[in-house]
Design a protein around this ligand. Structure first.
Ligand SMILES: *[C@@H]1O[C@H](CO)[C@@H](O)[C@H](O)[C@H]1NC(C)=O
Ligand SMILES: *[C@@H]1O[C@H](CO)[C@@H](O)[C@H](O)[C@H]1NC(C)=O
Ligand SMILES: *[C@@H]1O[C@H](CO)[C@@H](O)[C@H](O)[C@H]1NC(C)=O
Ligand SMILES: *[C@@H]1O[C@H](CO)[C@@H](O)[C@H](O)[C@H]1NC(C)=O
Ligand SMILES: *[C@@H]1O[C@H](CO)[C@@H](O)[C@H](O)[C@H]1NC(C)=O
Length: 413
């Protein structure tokens, strides 16, 4: 009986030892498997690891330091404009020398295992306005920002359904109330501070501006031709070509002046490779430049305006914007606020009155116009990452409840 008990005890201990050995063996296999897959993860995220070294070397090894990376998922096609220029991973932010480079771009929806884990999901406007419900993400985390991105005019890419109402948290567009500004220009004052464009502007009044310098007046005297227009798309929803043609006819018939159209839609050409040639032509020869937009949308004012202003031609604008957000009154003519006859008469009057014409350049004593690419602090791709680092903005729950009406011009649908 005792012997039997001892046998039983030995058997029991042996079984326990074998079980323990088996358990350990299994654990080792599992661990090594994990090490391998971890290794793969690390190498596939080389740039992420690099960032942690750069930005947060002191908390390396702290699991939460991963949170310093802001993950951006491109939901729409990554090879289309504008996403193609965002770069992959952190490369786009690093190569541009952005103030913040801890953002990571991918179009791989499984990159974090589950797309609800991304900080931002970005959608290119021209594509997403054509999507149906099934093409949109089906799951969503409340902490994520869905961002609508478009540098294209809303009149060319409207949304006419209610599908996107309440869908976006942020917008990244040329509209002046977008969380992330993606416009065509930056306006600075005398002290180089950015002052616009903005919905509310506090321009100096024309009568309070300094007089135009004699030097500039001399430069303006080389001009001999009425108006230039550089255009490559002959058809546009705004029918700007028709307006330009009518203006040309009126100028020719009544004043022996003309609109000289450069590019594939006109009879003139200047070297496109050498942009400076075309720009110098405006500066030297032309009193006016047609800053005609291809479509009418709120705040849609493109580099065509900056070109006129920077190359000493008075802009004749034709667009859907409230231009007081972009320029002081009295420095431009608006083709939508005058008849063709009035516009031609005004042009002729200014051409024949050099002192009055020079008044249109007083603003140059107080403001400068730049492309948005002039600095990393205004570069739209950098701004996106800057915004993701703005904790207040990220925490703030913002929803575009009536996106359709925010984006689509009235009467477009
Ligand atoms: C790890 O991160 C947490 C939260 O950000 C922080 O409180 C903690 O101090 C960090 N630990 C180390 C070792 O840096
Ligand atoms: C244009 O904007 C200015 C400044 O915000 C505003 O005072 C004016 O009423 C606006 N004009 C139109 C036609 O909306
Ligand atoms: C019209 O202007 C051109 C120069 O641009 C000039 O050669 C021509 O004589 C003018 N015609 C008339 C009728 O004034
Ligand atoms: C949060 O959002 C509201 C409106 O959506 C805005 O008025 C407020 O300024 C925002 N706060 C911050 C800190 O951005
Ligand atoms: C984003 O929008 C969704 C849908 O309207 C909303 O549920 C969520 O709270 C918003 N999140 C943030 C962080 O703004």
């Amino acid at each position: 009986m005792r012997a039997w008990c001892t046998k039983k005890a030995i058997f029991f201990i042996a079984v326990m030892i074998i079980l323990l050995l088996l358990y350990n063996a299994a654990k080792t296999v599992k661990d090594s498997h994990q090490i391998i897959s971890n290794h793969e993860r690390v190498s596939s995220r080389k740039s992420v690891v690099e960032l942690q070294t750069v930005v947060n070397s002191e908390v390396r090894g702290n699991v939460t330091s991963k949170d310093n990376i802001k993950y951006i998922l491109q939901w729409t096609l990554p090879h289309n404009v504008p996403f193609v220029y965002m770069g992959k991973g952190r490369e786009g932010f690093i190569s541009r020398g952005c103030p913040f480079t801890n953002c990571f771009v991918t179009s791989d929806r499984n990159y974090l295992g589950d797309y609800t884990k991304f900080d931002v999901i970005a959608f290119a406007g021209p594509e997403v306005v054509r999507y149906n419900k099934n093409q949109l993400p089906q799951n969503r985390s409340p902490h994520q920002k869905y961002a609508f991105a478009s540098i294209e005019s809303s009149d060319n890419y409207p949304t006419c359904s209610n599908l996107l109402n309440g869908f976006f948290n942020w917008t990244w567009t040329y509209k002046l109330d977008s969380e992330i500004r993606w416009g065509y220009m930056v306006i600075r004052d005398k002290n180089k501070n950015i002052v616009g464009p903005n919905k509310e502007m506090h321009w100096l009044k024309l009568e309070d501006m300094e007089p135009v310098s004699e030097d500039l007046k001399q430069n303006l005297r080389t001009k001999t031709k009425a108006a230039a227009w550089f255009v490559s798309n002959c058809y546009s929803r705004s029918r700007r070509s028709t307006v330009a043609k009518k203006l040309d006819e009126e100028l020719q018939n009544k004043y022996n002046l003309s609109v000289d159209v450069f590019g594939s839609c006109g009879q003139y050409s200047c070297s496109r490779d050498n942009d400076e040639n075309c720009d110098n032509l405006i500066k030297k020869d032309y009193y006016f430049y047609l800053s005609f937009e291809n479509s009418f949308s709120e705040d849609y004012v493109t580099e065509k305006l900056v070109r006129a202003l920077n190359f000493n031609a008075v802009p004749i604008v034709y667009g859907g914007a409230n231009y007081t957000r972009f320029m002081p009154d009295g420095i431009y003519l608006d083709a939508r606020k005058m008849s063709i006859e009035e516009l031609a008469a005004k042009m002729n009057e200014l051409i024949n009155d050099p002192e009055k014409y020079a008044e249109y350049f007083k603003w140059k004593n107080h403001y400068t116009y730049h492309g948005q690419h002039e600095s990393v602090h205004t570069l739209p791709y950098c701004l996106f990452c800057t915004q993701l680092n703005n904790e207040e903005m990220v925490k703030n729950t913002t929803i575009y409840k009536d996106f359709k009406n925010w984006w689509t011009p009235p009467g477009r649908c």
